[in-house]
Design a binder for this molecule. Sequence first.
Ligand code: NI
Ligand code: MN
Length: 226
Amino acid sequence: MEIKYYGHSCFSVKAGGKTLLFDPFIKGNPLAAGIDIKDIHADYILISHGHHDHTDDALEIAKNCNSTIISVFEIAEWAKKNGCDKTVSMNTGGSREFDFGMVKLVNAVHSSSFKDGTYAGNPVGFVINDGEKTFYFAGDTSLCHDMKMIPERYKLDFAFLPIGSNFTMDVEDAVKAAEYLQCNTIIGMHYDTEEKIKIDHDEARRNFNSRGRLLMLFKIGESFEL
Ligand code: NI
Ligand code: MN
């Protein structure tokens, strides 16, 4: 799968011949100043929760690309109300087949509201399988025992986990999450964007390494294959 990092928790993943974009937050991210959202292509936009650092550019990219937004009911309704015709409304525990593969919504322990304070449903993570590979995009979450249920059903090839602390779990908890998920390849997200979530990259990598796992940290704009 070809993956590209757009900063914070925003990644695109080519799965099943389609481009999936997760949690678009680019214009408001000073670290992603080199990215022009007009250059981003997305067949699908998957949104984990309503916070602005996961939704800010979703509507504009969806309109530019005629993307389909996949999220919880409340976020799908918000997108519809704001002029996005193609939305798929799901909720925690639900799974669904798409033309690129399967999407399952799993629990995330966090909160979820829009910028104006209105309710955005429950936060979620996604498990995706395109027939070849399976991965987990955790969204914003703390470490939780629910993560142990994922490998009971799915064999993960890699997982996107938040590691910046303050709003989500930190590196230490993400190492434990990787153990719960039985997953050896972790892509870090939700770090360095602001002072509160700055991390020491080498120390974080060493922390994973010492437990026999790989932490991948990418430069914004970098593409890689997994
Ligand atoms: Ni959040
Ligand atoms: Mn966040």
